[in-house]
Design a protein. Structure first.
Length: 252
């Protein structure tokens, strides 16, 4: 996610706004794209350092950006069945593809496509019939919180599929394309290469923000370390009416 953050922000500026809002970063209205990117990068770095046993704030529960990242990591498409409170359903297909940037460079970016439920069922049936066991997640929307459940398969059959996954890539892609999907490469996820890319990206992100701050007049610079600059009257009012709030948390 971090390795492609800047490029993805150029391709999907609206999604960057969604991620910035979810990060709860306190930026001034009209914040520059560089500030938004750094806010998202900082929260992602902080989350990477947390224990898997740690509680996760509600705003950081799994979102589309995370599922896209998982699809890119495992080199497989992921099917998410949204079940609303009224039991209506919508199937979403998460995958990845190479996209050419205006600069001419090509990056791999996560994708999400809504599928007709009937077509989705037929697609899943075709994959399973071919010995391909897709990753299917079901998320039930509830007022108290939404949790993913995974569809499980017979252990021996799934182990056979996992051992022969590389051989089944061509068949998988043929089935995906026949249903209007995208063929995906199965080049293994390179942890070391991605980690190095993340380091370089973080340096570039922070350098871009510092450059922006030097170029901006002091009066319009963005607040530092998540603080929001308020007029004195508003600051005094908030100080008088401050109270302790509560947050909703859940476990991943």
């Amino acid at each position: 996610m971090i390795a492609n953050l800047v490029d993805d922000a150029q391709l999907h500026p609206t999604q960057l706004d969604v991620e910035t809002k979810a990060s709860e970063a306190k930026l001034l209205a009209g914040a520059a794209q560089e500030d938004k990117i750094q806010a998202v990068a900082d929260i992602d770095v902080a989350q990477r350092k947390k224990s898997v046993k740690a509680s996760v704030p509600y705003t950081m529960w799994v979102r589309p950006a995370h599922v896209k990242g998982v699809a890119m990591h495992v080199r497989e498409s992921i099917y998410v069945l949204d079940v609303q409170e009224d039991n209506s359903t919508q199937l979403q297909l998460y995958a990845y593809q190479d996209i050419e940037l205006p600069s001419g460079d090509t990056i791999e970016s996560g994708t999400v496509t809504e599928m007709n439920n009937l077509d989705g069922i037929r697609l899943l049936q075709e994959l399973i019939r071919a010995g391909i066991y897709p990753l299917v997640l079901i998320v039930k929307w509830q007022k108290k919180g939404n949790h993913f459940q995974a569809v499980t398969y017979d252990r021996e059959r799934y182990e056979y599929y996992a051992d022969h996954m590389a051989e089944l890539v061509t068949i998988r892609n043929e089935i995906l394309v026949s249903f209007g999907g995208l063929a995906m490469d199965a080049v293994p996820y390179d942890t070391s290469m991605t980690a190095n890319a993340v380091k370089k990206e973080l340096v570039a992100i922070r350098k871009a923000v510092k450059t922006l701050q030097r170029e901006q007049p002091a009066a319009v610079q963005q607040p530092v370390q998540g603080t929001v600059a308020l007029p004195k009257e508003e600051a005094d009012r908030q100080s008088r009416s401050s109270h302790t709030g509560s947050s909703v948390e859940g476990n991943t």
